[in-house]
Ligand binder design. Sequence first.
Ligand code: AMP
Length: 399
Amino acid sequence: MKILVINCGSSSLKYQIFDMSDESVLAKGLVEKIGLPGSFLKHRRGDEDNIIVESNMQNHEEAMGLVIDTLMDEKYGVVKSVDEIKAVGHRVVHAGERYAGSVLINEDVMQALKQCIELAPLHNPPNIMGVDVCAKLMPKAPQVAVFDTAFHQTMPQTAYLYGIPLELYRKYGIRRYGFHGTSHRYVSERAAHMLGRPAGEVKVITCHLGNGASVAAIDGGKSVDTSMGFTPLEGLLMGTRSGDLDPAVVPFLMEKENMNSEQVSNFLNKKCGVMGISEVSSDFRVIEQAASEGNSQAQLALDMYYYRVRKYVGAYAAALGSVDAIVFTAGLGENSPEVREEVCKHLGFMGVKLDLTKNRVRGKEVDLSSDNAKVKVLLIPTNEELIIARDTKELVSSH
Ligand code: AMP
């Protein structure tokens, strides 16, 4: 069974096509700058070289059209006809409290996604557009939604409620939802596998450290707390997002800097984080380079970043009562030995012992802890697309 996985952003569209008989990736790619000058598609079949197709794509329908044409291309394609794609799985950011798992998309689901636009104004509209476009271009293929929020629906009220009147939770759904759920789910399952124990028996802290970043506490395969909240702004310091902040800063800023609510939200999402502190970049490769050349602001941004991840790991160790493993994943977690070293540095008291030689590695599934460490440190490359493809296959097959 061939399954197409789609992750539709406001001006981008990422795709992977799987052959589910052996879960191999037949091809993958992305379209960038949709609706902007210079739009292009980057496509790779199997282990071959990338190809770039420059094309003026005004909207997501044109972008999806080019993706399908490329997937069917005689020279670079992997299917002869679009009918070979038996189902499409979509990454959808926000399902509110409506779904605690993946679902086959129908009219009711579309309605629910539209109702969640208010909770994820930047993410849900392009996700919905992706579903609409696929329904139009691949009308025979059933579609499945896999939600970023779903995995965290097991959080207890004590973890997901804010200290504001309960009435506001009932009225507007103001609560913590958490994000990156598909990634936390995948790496926590792999962690149990690496520990050689059933997922239901292990307690892990998963650190998804990418451009957006979150930590999750996972007890017996269930998320019991996570650092992102009502929106993906809460928690860790991120590339351009502030993370945790005294809420009193918001009205103070609005008054002093003469900002309205949209401007302050934009500011906290796009101009803060390590970008705002370092004034160098939001990309850790650039910040690490600047810090190594003596830029003290870049070093401060890194130190603040490490400190906050470490603080969350400590908090979640307390939430879990004991910890079997700490997992690092996503762009930074997978590729930066410095981040892993600095986060683990002062965690010896809880039984964490990182092997600095083993830690000199990138992007491989590996145990990085010293042989006698009580708490394992695991590097696990995330694979959200595979989870989406698996859920899609399961839902389509059982229907
Ligand atoms: P993601 O959002 O998971 O794609 O992660 C992207 C981020 O990972 C980038 O902004 C970089 O900050 C970081 N990153 C990727 N590769 C490296 C690397 N080799 N060293 C340090 N940071 C990296």
